[in-house]
Design a protein around this ligand. Sequence first.
Ligand SMILES: Nc1ncnc2c1ncn2[C@@H]1O[C@H](COP(=O)(O)OP(=O)(O)OP(=O)(O)O)[C@@H](O)[C@H]1O
Length: 600
Amino acid sequence: MLRRLPALVSAAVRLAWQASRRDTAVALGGNLLAGVFTAFGLLATSSVLASLFAAGPTPGRVRDALPSLALVGAAAGLRGVLLSAAGWAQARLKPQVERQAETRLFELTTKVELTAFDDHEFHNAMRRARDNGVPDTATVVEMTITVLTGAVGLAAPAVALGLLHPVLMPLLLVTAVPAGWAALRTARLRYAAFYRLSAARRRKFMLSDLMAERQPAAEVRAFTLRGFLLGEYDRVADLEQRVQLDVARRQAGAKAAGDLLTGVATVAVYGALGGLLAGGVIPLSVAGAAVLSIKAGQTSLAAMIQSLNKLYEAGLYFGDYLNFRALAAERTGPERTAEPPADGFGQLTADRVTFTYPGAAGPALTDVSVRVGRGEVIALVGENGSGKTTLAKLLAGLYRPDAGTIHWDETDLADLDGDALRHRVSVIAQDHTRWPLTVRENIVMGRPLDEDRLGTAATAAGADRVVAGLAEGYDALLDRRFRGGHDLSGGQWQRIAAARGFYRDAALVIFDEPTSALDARAEHALFERIRRHADGRTVVLITHRLASVRMADRIYVLDHGRVAEQGTHDSLLAEGGQYADLYRLQASAFQNGASPAAAS
Ligand SMILES: Nc1ncnc2c1ncn2[C@@H]1O[C@H](COP(=O)(O)OP(=O)(O)OP(=O)(O)O)[C@@H](O)[C@H]1O
């Protein structure tokens, strides 16, 4: 840690410098200068003492001490002014540094490849960086300044003592060793516990969310989960408490040992001083000055050790923050610069694509080849877990294949700038996010606002009927946790999500189960719209409703991550394979049930 400390300190100061040059300079410069004035005041005090202890009549000695006394006063005044200015700058710096650190963190978390979020180590590292690394960045800066100030404050008495007698200076430093050791050990123990508990803490946060958040509240009651959740929470909290109590015990031991040894060292210092005085090596005035210097030195040392301790501990957390930044930077992948063609693509081709999720036992996709022509509607069907969503995410450039290639015409997706590509693709995910924003923001999703386009997209998805039912219309906030917020039904949310897909000016639109929550009329309308090729856009449609994929230009049937069958509805039926089986199964359900027409 000591080896890393200089690098950590310079990284933190650089961050502070980027956050605000002026405040960093004032905080650093002001504190350092104040330290110089502390030292100066101390030397002036020694000089006052020397004058007072000198031989001669008392009024004369007091008069002689007056100039030094004036210097002591001036030094104290200037020190006060400097410390106030530095304190103000430091207080201003704190929120700016935290903001800078946090912004850097979120710039990375929103840029890393999607697979990073499937990695538990990444989550642990992110949590540590977010919860402690960010706030402790400002502490590292603050403590760096305090340690530097303390070092200057310590130098003066140390030098003064050295001048009085060479043996006194090392003795002063000896008194610092036990306290320093105890402080560092205490910090280390606290950090080790924090590190050990970071996975358990994440679980505790997750459980507290499940018990205290609105979304799972209904199911917690419906499934009578209260006892189970409280039990799980107790188990994790027990572990946390055990570790914390153990840490408290060991910290108390370290502190007691440190205090005891400090007492022994102090007795040794004063003993040595007494010996020097008794042996006639130093006069009483020098001994008096030495006592003052030792006192001042110990005060500075104690403050410096405190700050070093905090710097050390904050440095450990800040180290986590820097490590996370490095980890996240590694996971952003190489910089890609090629732009996708402005007018979309003629053909999108996946060629023998294989993909395995990080840590998964086997591949989710193996040797998958599909092709999508401009303006076509392609359907991906297959049983649960057969790889449809994974393939869609690969086509959208959200994941990158482990083997095989995906091309937009001649351009390999791997060479394309990720964001530029994603601007050209619209994904309506199966597990779409219910953004706690207004209806308008939920549909526009950060794109430039175009009211006409918004209206058209909402109508196409049937979201206009949802908007009509809300008093604030497009301005209605879709989150009940806030005043005036609304919630929607599952199907209404799905309409908003579909409108989001239509609003985006994308060459490729991927609908992953877009109608699973829609009523029959809305479902029919949406598929009709998709059938009309979504206004010339290319569509990849994932659905289990086989009656709705009959109109697709080509259907790919996935099975255990491989393309088992492909063709048009008619050719697949004629083949009599898995598609034909599934289709007949669904059709017979209709024939035996409500709507014979739907099966025809
Ligand atoms: N993030 C993930 N990490 C690890 N494995 C995953 C992840 N997401 C999906 N899988 C696995 O990959 C395989 C394919 O999943 P995928 O979601 O692509 O299936 P799907 O065909 O879309 O299924 P469904 O019809 O249920 O939506 C499954 O075995 C699934 O368990």
